[in-house]
Design a protein around this ligand. Structure first.
Ligand SMILES: Nc1ncnc2c1ncn2[C@@H]1O[C@H](COP(=O)(O)OP(=O)(O)OP(=O)(O)O)[C@@H](O)[C@H]1O
Ligand SMILES: [Mg+2]
Length: 269
């Protein structure tokens, strides 16, 4: 399933959250860096690694063939196995105007025949060349926000804009939020009430672990046990469960299976 992540404004930590969730995802996952302002993961977590693949080259290849066939060749491994992969974003944001988001959304919704989920870091909602078609194609849209009044206010405008688009038949999946640094000062429940969407969890302020993800600081042995990664495992499970539940609700009931089986079916899509 394709899951879009976006922010309202400022830099609440969408890229860091998307990377933490991808590394913690309960199934095989691809983190797709679609922020039209450019990708950050190779320069940050990748510690300056230069990629031969990525979004820009995928687009070039797509113009010669079709992205579904070529997507694999543009993915890099993010973990020791093949469980988590990265579609590196644009090194130069000038390329954003040339990306066919519609075509890319189709490819991301069907990675490995649908057995791998795609988490798309879409950057700031409303930015020029924002990957709107990817949001529309997503099974769920996650708005990432901090917990200050100004952050929540901006996020509520973003949620309202996304709801208007959905009401207009654009077809984006259900909306939810993830809070970065909850309790500064607002808590998850207050933020959920203000936004009018479910809050699927919070990632704590954890400067050390965040700098590993966003700026390539050395990970150290305890990185997997950091507060940020421990919370990311919980939030990833909740986001995956939310998407599967919505998917099951939208699927026509199967004659022979109970609702629990339909949820299982949703996981396998
Ligand atoms: N949970 C966290 N705890 C502490 N710092 C964090 C956390 N999440 C993100 N940050 C920090 O916030 C800064 C911005 O993070 P990030 O680049 O992920 O934001 P963004 O929303 O993707 O921004 P942009 O819109 O510019 O792409 C980085 O310095 C990152 O280390
Ligand atoms: Mg970002």
């Amino acid at each position: 399933m394709l899951i879009a992540m976006t922010s309202a404004k400022g830099a609440p930590g969408v890229t860091t959250a998307a990377l933490a969730l991808a590394l913690s995802w309960p199934r095989r996952a691809v983190l797709a860096e679609l922020d039209p302002a450019g990708g950050d993961v190779l320069a940050g977590y990748g510690r300056g690694e230069v990629s031969a693949g990525g979004l820009a080259e995928l687009e070039l290849a797509a113009r010669r063939g079709g992205p579904a066939r070529h997507l694999d060749a543009h993915l890099l491994r993010l973990d020791a196995g093949e469980r988590v992969r990265l579609l590196p974003g644009l090194a130069d944001p000038i390329g954003a105007r040339h990306v066919d988001w519609h075509r890319l959304a189709g490819a991301l919704a069907a990675v490995d025949g649908g057995t791998t989920d795609a988490l798309a870091d879409c950057g700031r909602l409303g930015a020029e060349y924002f990957p709107r078609e990817v949001v529309h194609r997503s099974a769920a849209v996650i708005v990432v926000t901090r917990s200050s009044l100004r952050a929540v206010r901006a996020a509520s405008h973003a949620v309202a804009a996304l709801k208007v688009e959905s009401a207009g038949g654009a077809g984006a999946g259900p909306l939810a939020a993830v809070v970065v640094a909850a309790g500064e000062p607002y808590g998850e429940r207050e933020i959920g009430d203000a936004l009018g969407v479910p809050v699927l969890g919070a990632l704590p302020r954890d400067d050390k672990a965040a700098s590993v993800l966003s700026d390539g600081a050395p990970a150290g042995r305890f990185f997997p046990q950091s507060a940020l990664l421990r919370a990311a495992r919980e939030v990833a499970a909740r986001v995956a469960e939310f998407v599967a539940r919505q998917d099951a609700l939208l699927s026509p009931p199967a004659e022979t299976s109970a609702p629990a089986h339909r949820i299982g079916h949703g996981h396998g899509r």
